[in-house]
Ligand binder design. Structure first.
Ligand SMILES: *Cc1c(COP(=O)(O)O)cnc(C)c1O
Length: 419
């Protein structure tokens, strides 16, 4: 079991015991006072040595229990989360203009997105608190993920989504049995509404930017990356790890996991992080370029999962990229759609728009000289393409309609009649 030493406010540095606060720093409030979970890393070092990991039969995120905030392992849901595949793809590397390229396919999680790593921890914590209900607001994936894990844990869920959430994600919510509020408004408005409702009705809040434990789930992708790359050779690790950014919890979690593996001696060197946003909603990129504070903006992109005009975890997201010596780039929606078919055709991985935005970002970063051609990139494909069919059809076009006879096929192919 992990030993949590403290919860530390990223804004004021104040430390709290794990039993003292549930969510954010009371002094700084939820806009600023996001907490970091700190462990007894000396204790974890023994339990997570190379030999201990090699002997661990768990092929899922729970193999890292010494670095996870779980007090009662009996509450771990039965679903298989994590240990998603890592593929090297040379054809994609050539297309993107880098020396080597790997894909970590997070669409292979139980509800088909990266968010499952966070929700899995969320329902364990809700169970430990004996919560009668769990809630979250989401552009879609955190919602469908929480609905799935609430079903696994047997806890009722109430979910707030913006009206524009793709239908497949809403369908997931309803099938898993969540109570769904489709909010007339943006994700940002749904988020505020969820915060109010959670406070008023006492529901356990899975919103990743205020609940310090959720990022702990998200970081497990990096713990896996360290192990999966170590298996490929002692010095093999991408120069850049690439992830799309909305609230910033994902990239914050990715960085925390990398740093922890480095601290434990399980990662030879830290990569740079490339944070990718959509042009129509790029508050991180703007703040990065202008070295300025966050300015919330409109959210105009088909990549619904990163359509976040007011990032709720700006401090952690910005810190991750800055500390890593990385960069933020933005990509147009057309580049995202192009990346979708590129990934599918060159690597046979089908991602949703926010899932493939990272690949578009690599191209941009290479064009801008941020990533050099001799460098390598690891892409975290955060969500499965079937979650947003409308965008997929926009990227790939329509099927050729034909009659049910060979004539029609010959005509369509433009070939002469066979002898
Ligand atoms: C949530 C999500 C992201 C971005 O994560 P943030 O924590 O909001 O930055 C990226 N891709 C997909 C598919 C997501 O669902």
């Amino acid at each position: 079991m992990a030993r949590i030493v403290a919860l530390e406010c990223v804004h004021c540095g104040q430390r709290y015991g794990a039993d003292e606060v549930d969510y954010f720093c009371p002094g700084c409030g939820y806009h600023e006072g996001i907490l970091d979970v700190l462990y007894d890393y000396d204790a974890a070092r023994g339990e997570l040595s190379r030999s201990a990991l090699a002997a661990n039969p768990n092929r899922n995120m729970w193999r890292y229990l010494p670095l996870l905030p779980v007090a009662n392992a009996a509450l771990i849901p039965h679903l298989q989360v994590g240990w998603t595949p890592l593929y090297e793809t040379q054809r994609l590397a050539r297309e993107l203009g880098v020396a080597r390229c790997w894909i970590k396919d997070e669409g292979r999680n139980p509800t088909a997105s990266f968010k499952d790593r966070a929700s899995a921890v969320g329902v364990v914590k809700a169970g430990e608190k004996r919560a009668a209900q769990v809630t979250c607001a989401s552009t879609g994936n955190a919602a469908s993920s929480l609905a799935g894990f609430a079903a696994a844990a047997g806890i009722p869920a109430t979910i707030f989504v913006p009206r524009r959430a793709p239908q497949a994600k809403v369908a997931q919510l309803l099938v898993y049995g969540a109570r769904v509020f489709s909010v007339e408004g943006t994700y940002d408005q749904a988020w505020e509404l969820c915060m109010q409702a959670a406070a008023e009705f006492g529901w356990y809040n899975r919103n990743c930017a205020i609940n310090p434990y959720l990022i702990e789930g998200k970081k497990t992708v990096s713990l896996e990356l360290a192990e999966q790359f170590a298996a490929l050779g002692p010095e093999v690790f991408p120069d850049w790890v690439v992830v799309s950014v909305g609230d910033g919890c994902t990239i914050g979690g990715v960085w925390k996991g990398l740093k922890e593996m480095h601290l434990l001696g399980l990662l030879p060197r830290l990569p740079r992080l490339l944070g990718v946003q959509a042009e129509g909603c790029a508050p991180y990129v703007t703040a990065w370029r202008e070295r300025a504070a966050l300015r919330p903006c409109a959210a105009e992109t088909l990549a619904d999962s990163i359509a976040v005009g007011h990032p709720r975890n700006f401090a952690k997201g910005m810190r991750a990229v800055t500390e890593s010596g990385g960069a933020f780039v933005e990509v147009a929606d057309e580049e995202i759609l192009e990346a979708m078919t590129l990934l599918a055709r060159k690597a046979a991985v089908f991602g949703e728009p926010a899932g493939v935005a990272g690949a578009a970002g690599v191209r941009r970063a290479v064009a801008q000289g941020i990533i050099r051609r001799h460098e390598s990139a690891g892409l975290i494909v955060t969500g499965n393409g079937l979650k947003d069919i409308a965008s997929a059809m926009q990227a790939a076009g329509q099927a050729t309609a034909v009659g049910a006879g060979i004539e029609a096929i010959r005509n369509a192919l433009g070939v002469a009649i066979a002898k």
